[in-house]
Design a protein around this ligand. Structure first.
Ligand code: ATP
Length: 208
């Protein structure tokens, strides 16, 4: 069984995340995609802005009605910085043999892959599904494979339509009172409003 893993801060989850999960599901024939909100991402020290409970709830609302998408709280339960390798070890043990894990990530994240904890071990635990988005500036594949030779036969490219949205931009919009313009599912927009999230969001400051 092929299981996709989509890690991120999801602060908030948006249509870009759902688009890459759908593209990965179709193109890598995944049974399920697990959305795994990060606790304290090591490479994004200024985030997250919203609490883990809020970020989990937003993902839950965003994927409601799609039984092949699930939210997993493994990373927010672990104290300290979040390392994907620990999550992959935990999931492999839990799901057992017969499960192949596929880590879904954008090229912006791939670019930092060699700074992850134990990238070699990550590549023995999962394959990488890398999103190639139309309009994306060229990625330096030869440079990447030089830095991470083991990745050569562990990367699969997935294409997804460009959804020009980032969580940073969405937080900025809420903070200045601009609409979210259908860039998050309605249930997520309603939750942000109900809970008063991101009203004072500035990088590095917790609004909740
Ligand atoms: P931030 O703006 O706070 O950095 P983000 O919108 O990039 O957040 P993350 O939760 O950090 O969201 O991203 C999780 C994963 O989703 C990463 O692999 C990232 O490359 C990918 N991703 C984020 N936004 C998009 C998008 N618009 N289209 C495709 N992939 C995306």
């Amino acid at each position: 069984m092929n299981i996709g893993i989509l890690g991120g801060t999801f602060d908030p989850v948006h249509l870009g995340h759902l688009s890459i999960a759908n593209a990965a599901m179709d193109q890598a024939t995944l049974e399920r995609v697990l959305f795994i909100p990060a606790g304290q991402p090591r490479l994004k020290q200024a985030e997250p802005v919203a609490s883990a409970d809020h970020r989990i709830e937003m993902v839950r609302r965003a994927i409601e009605g799609n039984p092949r998408f699930q939210v997993c709280d493994a990373e927010v339960r672990r104290p300290g910085p979040t390392y994907s390798v620990d999550t992959l070890v935990e999931l492999s043990a839990k799901l057992g043999p017969g499960t192949d894990l596929f880590f879904i990530l954008g090229m912006d994240v791939l670019d930092q892959f060699d700074q992850w904890k134990d990238p070699e071990r990550v590549l023995t635990l999962c394959r990488l599904l890398v999103l190639d988005r139309p309009g994306e500036r060229g990625f330096d594949w030869p440079g990447f494979y030089n830095r991470v030779p083991k990745a050569k036969d562990r990367v699969q490219i997935v294409t997804a339509p460009l959804v020009d949205v980032s969580a940073t931009e969405l937080r900025r919009r809420v903070a200045v009172g601009e609409p979210l313009d259908g860039q998050v599912p309605d249930a997520v927009a309603e939750y942000i409003q109900e809970q008063g999230l991101y009203l004072t969001a500035r990088e590095g400051r917790r609004a909740s």
